[in-house]
Structure formats: C-alpha cells, structure tokens
Design a binder for this molecule. Structure first.
Ligand SMILES: Nc1ncnc2c1ncn2[C@@H]1O[C@H](COP(=O)(O)OP(=O)(O)OP(=O)(O)O)[C@@H](O)[C@H]1O
Length: 260
C-alpha cells in the first residue's frame, strides 16, 4: 500500500513527448510525497532523461499536467522551474569550473535573494548583509554534504565524487521542494557510492524530497521508497522496490527479449 499520509510534492499526469517519429514518453504520470526518495529506472533509451527534461523545463511536452506542492506549474523554462521549487543536478556535471566551491553554492542561493542588480552595483548595506548571509549558508551546505574544507578550492580541482556533492549542495541552496538527481552515481567507485547513499539518506531524513534517475539498479532498490519503471517511453510498473522487482514486465524489460 502506498503511504498516502504525507503531503504531495510533485504530481504529474499524462506526460507525452514525441521527437519526430519517436514517441519518447507516452502518458507518464507520478505522485511523489514529501520525504520520499522516488526512483526512475528503465533500460537505455527508455525515456528517463526526457522525463527529467520535461519536468525541469528543458523540453516542452506535447501533453501533461504539472503540480508542485499543490500549485500548478508550467515547466516552460529552467529558471522558472527552479523558482517554482525544483532543483536538479546533471548527468554531465555542470559546475562553474573556475569558481570556488563556495561561490558555486552561492550562485544557487541567489535565486532566493532580494537586493537585486542596483543593490549589487551600489553595494548597499542591505546587499552586503545579504551576501554575508548567503556565504554563511553556502558554507553550512558544503559542511552538510561533507566538503566544507574545500570551500576555497576551484570546482575543477575537486575529485569527481566531490564535484557531484558540490552539485547537490548547490541544488539544496535553492531551498527546493524537490531535488532531481540525474545519475548521481555515474562514474563513482564503490566507496563513493556508499557515501552518496549516506548523503541521500541524510537529505531524506531532513524531510526533503528526491527524484532520482540511476542506472545502478541495486543502489536504487536499496535507496528508493518508490520506483517507476519506464520502457520505450511507457510506464510499465510503479511501486515499492520489492513490488517492482517481482513484476514480470520489468524482468522482461531488463532481461528478456525487451532488453535493449
Ligand atoms: N532531443 C532529442 N531529439 C530526438 N530524439 C531524442 C532526443 N532526446 C531523446 N531522444 C530519444 O528519445 C528516447 C528516450 O531517450 P532518453 O535519453 O530519455 O532515455 P533514457 O532512458 O534517459 O536513456 P539512457 O539510460 O541511455 O540515458 C531515445 O530513443 C532517444 O534517442
């Protein structure tokens, strides 16, 4: 049984997206509740990234309805989606390579600040106070994800695993309703994966809500509260990891003739 006691954070329904002759998503929907880690899995080309791109405003869907924390939202542009409350990380890390770790997180925080351009130009008192508060919060977030000691290091000098943590800190800095992680374990070794898992557990325990795409099915089964499985753009299963693992269609998509 789904735990229906918790507030719905993201509710999307009827999402379809076609690229020329290819139906990349057909009538996909899901309901994600506060404090859940919700997984999206499926074989290569199943439509996972397309789904992420649609809900975060990178692709315009052909059909679909979208609600975030009870409010309808139109995912027309990435910055509007971030403001509405969805923060994401990318499969190919997108940091400001020559800025410090601290500055990268401060950038994330700026979408929630008030002083604006004039304040920045004239360096008003309000602006300076706000900058100090942003820097303090950014440092707290770096500590939270476990890379506080690298605050003054340029992003490009951090290890791969630490860059992924930095992306998560930057996402958290926007105070999101939902954090969308696109293959956060890609390229990580076993130790880094264990640490990533601990970090995601920690974020969930702080009552944050996470949507995650990940190829490492074993990691997902141990981590997620609920999972949706896509295959050729269709939702073939939804449920707890235990339910999904037993589903015939899922077994066939991964192992049978449907494996691709
Ligand atoms: N911009 C695009 N233009 C045309 N086709 C696209 C575009 N983006 C994705 N597709 C196609 O849509 C289908 C779904 O791709 P998508 O990247 O969403 O799958 P995925 O499940 O994320 O795959 P992977 O696990 O390999 O990352 C694929 O057949 C892909 O080639």
């Amino acid at each position: 049984m789904a735990d229906t006691s918790k507030e719905v954070v993201l509710k999307v329904a009827g999402i379809s997206k076609r690229f020329g002759g290819l139906q990349a998503l057909s009538d996909v929907g899901m309901t994600i509740r506060r404090g859940q880690v919700y997984g999206l899995i499926g074989p290569n080309g199943a439509g996972k990234t397309t789904f992420f791109n649609v809900i975060t405003g990178l692709y315009t869907p052909d059909t679909g309805s979208f609600e975030l924390a009870g409010q309808p939202y139109a995912p027309h542009a990435v910055h509007l989606v971030a403001k509405a409350g969805i923060a994401r990380t990318f499969q190919n890390i997108r940091l400001f390579a020559d800025m410090t770790a601290l500055e990268n997180v401060m950038v994330g925080r700026h979408i929630r600040t008030h002083s604006g351009l004039l304040g920045a130009i004239f360096r008003t008192k309000g602006f300076k106070a706000e900058e100090a508060a942003i820097a303090k919060r950014a440092q707290e977030l770096l500590d939270y994800v476990g890379i506080g000691k690298y605050a003054d290091f340029k992003a490009r000098t951090l290890s791969y695993g630490d860059q992924r943590r930095l992306e998560i800190a930057r996402a958290l800095a926007t105070d999101p309703q939902l954090i969308a992680l696109d293959e956060p374990a890609a390229g990580m070794n076993a130790t880094e994966k264990v640490m990533l898992r601990e970090l995601i557990d920690r974020i969930r325990n702080d009552n944050r809500t996470i949507l995650i795409i990940e190829h490492d099915v074993k990691l997902m089964m141990g981590l997620c509260d609920r999972v949706t499985v896509l295959d050729y753009g269709k939702q073939i299963a939804e449920g707890t990891p235990a339910e999904v693992q037993k589903n015939e269609k899922v077994i066939e998509a991964y192992l049978g003739t449907g494996g691709h």
